[in-house]
Design a protein around this ligand. Structure first.
Ligand SMILES: Nc1ncnc2c1ncn2[C@@H]1O[C@H](COP(=O)(O)OP(=O)(O)O)[C@@H](O)[C@H]1O
Ligand SMILES: [Mg+2]
Length: 371
């Protein structure tokens, strides 16, 4: 399946991307690549800029600076930052789902999947009434669209509910339907914004299977924003970590989860404690780097502190359903030990908790020597 002129190039290259909202640098000089046929995860604490990256890729925002290049299967090169959003969907073949579910809740499941194929059907109709009445390719296209919709309803185990309104589905099923809807547009790149949010462990497992199935069997590459580390570490080929709009780590799941900067960012350790954490992890080079001058442009801003996450969090242990409660007053060193212990026992980090915690500091407090 994977043959063609651009197959050996990354499907997406983000180069020196910046997005500013007034004085706030939501994304600062971000570069990364997503390889074709892989699942690339974009992770980071709340407000790190992940959704903003998606909004730039899919044309919802025009970036302040930088380039977003997509290499199409047919050899075309698309500069997404220069294209309007509807062309990004139709020509570059980028599909997305949203952090908050956006389905047509009054329409049936089948209708939701057919509406997604509207472009293809209108082309087949030749945009004429005669076309719609079945002269030309419309009937064939319409039958194909129904087949494709049924195929995806089967994949997500919802074929038995094809004629029910989408709004009647449980939350986890709606999340799967959104992914099916995106897949009905036959995307080359599928961008998923926190698809596991709100899912129970069983639904999370189904999601993993669905995403692996898409990766193995469709040729669609996936860019995944996700907080649930049991999803990220299991299915990603490559992980990019953002904090305050900057990239702090980039590599295999194994590399990223042992990166002291990532551990520090996720635990939200105080500035004085960063060095302790790094010393414990034993990374002299990073300690030296962190001793360098702080970058005044990307400390936490007033708006970022307003995005502070919950004041108490849980660390879920996916395999044994073990939950470690971390209260706001708990010793940071203890949190660190617990997470390290979890990650060595399970080879999986328990990172969900402190997502908001890094932001829960007083507004404007400089981040010591952190980069
Ligand atoms: N349209 C916007 N206007 C102003 N600020 C925004 C806008 N969109 C995002 N931001 C800010 O950009 C930062 C990154 O937000 P976002 O990309 O949603 O983070 P994440 O998805 O990583 O949680 C936040 O501080 C947020 O308040
Ligand atoms: Mg987001």
């Amino acid at each position: 399946m994977l043959t063609g002129p651009n197959m050996d190039k990354p499907i997406l290259s983000v180069e020196h991307l910046s997005m500013k909202f007034g004085g706030l640098v939501a994304i600062g000089d971000l570069s990364f690549q997503a390889r074709r046929g892989e699942i690339t995860a974009l992770i980071g604490p709340n407000g790190a800029g992940k959704t903003t990256v998606f909004n730039c890729i899919t044309g919802f925002y025009k970036p302040s600076e930088g380039m977003i290049k997509m290499n199409g299967r047919g050899g075309q090169e698309f500069l997404l930052e220069r294209m309007p959003d509807f062309r990004i969907t139709a020509h570059a073949k980028v599909a997305r789902t949203f952090q908050n579910i956006r389905l047509f809740s009054g329409m049936t499941l089948l209708e939701n999947l057919l509406v997604a194929q509207h472009n293809k059907l209108m082309h087949a109709s030749g945009f004429t009434v005669l076309g719609l009445l079945g002269i030309g390719g419309y009937r064939k296209a319409s039958a194909e669209s129904i087949d494709l919709a049924k195929h995806w309803l089967e994949k997500i185990d919802l074929i038995h509910r094809a004629d029910d309104p989408a709004g009647d589905l449980p939350y986890g099923a709606q999340r799967r339907l959104e992914i099916a809807r995106a897949m009905c547009t036959d995307p080359e790149l599928l961008c998923l914004d926190e698809p596991a949010a709100g899912l129970n462990p069983k639904e999370s497992l189904h999601l993993n299977q669905l995403l692996n199935d898409i990766k193995e069997n469709t040729g669609t590459s996936i860019l995944l924003i996700e907080h649930d580390m049991s999803v990220v570490m299991k299915i990603s080929d490559h992980v990019v970590v953002l904090e305050y709009g900057r990239k702090i780590s980039d590599g295999s799941p194994d590399l990223v989860k042992h990166d002291p900067r990532v551990i520090a960012a996720y635990l939200g350790v105080d500035d004085e404690e960063v060095v302790d954490v790094l010393t414990a992890v034993g990374d002299e080079q990073v300690i030296e780097e962190l001793d360098a001058e702080p970058d005044p442009e990307h400390g936490p801003s007033a708006s970022s502190s307003m995005m502070a996450g919950p004041i108490s969090d849980t660390i879920a242990h996916a395999d044994e359903d073990e939950i470690v409660k971390v209260s706001p007053g708990a010793s940071k060193a203890l949190e660190y030990d617990e997470v390290q212990a979890l990650s060595t026992r399970t080879a999986k980090p328990a990172a969900k908790p402190a997502a908001g915690k890094a932001r829960a500091k007083p507004a404007g407090k400089p981040k010591g020597g952190r980069k």
